[in-house]
Ligand binder design. Sequence first.
Ligand SMILES: *Cc1c(COP(=O)(O)O)cnc(C)c1O
Length: 402
Amino acid sequence: MQKKPLISASERLSKLPPYLFAELDRQKKAARKRGLDLIDFGIGDPDMPTPDEIVKAGQIAMADPANHRYPDGAGCDSFKEACDRWMKSQFGVQCETAAVIGSKEGIAHIPMAFCNRGDLVLIPNPGYPVYRASAILADAIPVDLPLLGENNFLPDFEKIPPAVLRDAKVLFLNYPNNPTGAVVTLEQMTEIVKFARVNNLLLVSDNSYSHIRFDGVKPMSFLQVPGAEDVVLEFHSLSKTFNMTGWRIGFIAGGSNLVNTFMGAKENIDSGVFTAIQKAGEVAMDMPPLLFNERLEIYRERRDILVAGLKKLNWDVFDSPGTFYVWVKLPRGADSMVFARKMINHAGIVTTPGSGFGTWGEGYIRFALTIESARIHQAIGRLEQMELHKGRLLKWLKKTGD
Ligand SMILES: *Cc1c(COP(=O)(O)O)cnc(C)c1O
């Protein structure tokens, strides 16, 4: 009898890219151990707490035994109604909605619901790593769409080869964009929806940062494009909008056929979001915008300090109006991982290397604005003291040790 192989990870799992940030985590730990005071621009997780009224609503709902049983998989009626009100009030959109355990969970289940083995999934590069992983875990094949500075970090759809378009089933997009901060206009959205329709692509819009933009432009949704609900599914997350990353709640929006297909996969895997958390989510979405605007002003202040400081040093900042990230281009020839490591060890400043978001992120680093203004001033002060002007960066990289 043939010997059975030992227990091992699935081929799918071994196809996932390595976790590039593990090395940086080690560097951070080691630097802290040496007593270095690290200013951490690394983590894209709001530092401000969830607003009180949301927390209180969650506490009250948690104490109610009616909420202790299995939730309704697609979300309880009142949560779905709150999602519907939100889509209507924020975007003027009427569509089907269903709760997800954060948009990460929702995104991860898209290829499983819509792709067959070997289908192509178009993913932005650089991009949120879950798009690629979710395709691989569903035996679909991720195909990179480069996001280039010269195109304002929008894919060049004309450059996608016809053979790729023929076999592509899903297109992931994320605007306002992590990691670049890029945004799109309603005109561009309209073109993209048309492109998806002509090519029979499911456009999956990750709208996690819909409400984090500083140019006064109203939040937008791909579902605003007339007829989009036939080809668009959009994820909305309460994580970044309401400082609720730990709560794990968001929702999917789109035409009912598409949402039902998605739920067909999802309902076999999880049993929905804890109803008490949905109740807190309702309160969040019904909150007066004033509170929200205060938070936005804080991000704006931090962003202005960082962008002005880096520009004074002549650094190549992508001056974008969206998200709480600042995307910075390194001098040609600089390796982003090496750069990030040296920034930790020699300046005590943590940034995220662009290569961690994909090959086309190489040559860039990302700053997250999730620390206080005073610390940002301090970081700029350190860079000034080290005289790290853009013109000196390459030399600095070469001459400093690890
Ligand atoms: C933070 C983030 C998410 C995850 O949001 P959750 O709703 O907390 O799962 C999704 N997409 C992008 C681009 C993000 O930056």
